[in-house]
Design a binder for this molecule. Structure first.
Ligand code: ADP
Ligand code: MG
Length: 255
């Protein structure tokens, strides 16, 4: 386990019937990095991601997050610890504005102490003000100020992705997991999305763990890139190093 890792996956396996989708796989995500996960179809990327995000429980091995064993914890428990996965804006939120969508993200709720019973109306109001201010900051950061009062359902595909990214900024996320965030986003907005991921990383210190098919996006954003094939990590390095490695080129294009 490395000192500066925020996620450590240790000897993790997951079988589906007789098939080892992930096979004794170990990898780390360094704190403060934008780490990419690539590999051919069927390599086990989504299964590995789902185990890190708490959607699938590993058969064997451990997932360590921020020094804590989180193997088998559910997504909402990981959410509380600061590991967030972007998720599509649910249908029922499409009739709320972009700003309201951000304000819906659960934050710290005041506890149920006796004092809170007395002060609850005041706390609720001050919390709403604070959440609204935070949401306005996030909207500005993402340069979505001009659409903040638009219904989320009327936003373009790329603007929705930005809003999904924005929701991760409403809580104190340590790590954001991005699962094919570029799919269906046009080039201009993809550029905005990439720029915002870079700014969140550099200016605000977010760590990202990214599965992505768009190799240009991976090359722009990710260092290091982890390559998976047949359920294991086969290489790790900068995109340039990975592209220059003949075994990797074979894993992708051979057979
Ligand atoms: P990748 O995301 O790299 O394309 P996956 O993790 O989706 O790879 O899949 C790895 C292997 O596990 C594939 O052979 C896939 O068919 C199999 N697999 C994934 N999920 C399931 C499942 N729920 N049931 C059965 N087999 C699965
Ligand atoms: Mg996949």
């Amino acid at each position: 386990m490395s000192q500066d890792a925020v996620i450590d996956v240790i000897n993790v396996s997951k079988h589906f019937g007789g098939l080892a989708a992930v096979n004794n796989c170990s990898l780390s995500v360094r704190r403060g990095s934008v780490t990419g996960l690539i590999g051919p179809n069927g390599a086990g990327k989504s299964t590995l991601f789902n185990m890190v995000a708490g959607n699938i429980v590993p058969d064997e091995g451990q997932v360590i997050f921020d020094g804590q064993d989180v193997t088998g914890l559910a997504p909402h428990q990981l959410f509380r610890l600061g590991m967030l996965r972007t998720f599509q804006i649910a249908h029922e939120f499409s009739n709320m504005t972009a700003l309201e969508n951000l304000m819906m993200v659960p934050g710290d709720q005041p506890g149920e102490s006796l004092a809170n019973v007395w002060f609850r109306p005041f706390l609720a109001r001050s919390r709403e003000t604070a959440v609204r201010k935070k949401a306005l900051d996030v909207i500005d950061f993402l340069k979505l100020g001009h659409v903040r009062n638009e219904l989320a359902g009327n936003l373009s595909g790329g603007q929705k992705k930005l809003l999904e990214l924005g929701r991760t900024m409403m809580v104190d996320a340590k790590v954001v997991l991005l699962d094919e965030v570029a799919a269906g986003v046009n080039k201009t907005l993809l550029n905005d999305l990439a720029a915002n991921i870079e700014r969140m990383n550099r200016e605000l210190g977010y760590t990202f763990f990214v599965i992505e098919h768009d190799m240009d996006l991976i090359a722009r954003l990710c260092d290091p890139v982890i390559v998976m094939a047949e359920g294991r990590k086969i290489a790790e390095g900068s995109m340039e190093e990975v592209r220059a490695n003949p075994e990797i080129v074979e894993a992708y294009f051979g057979a």
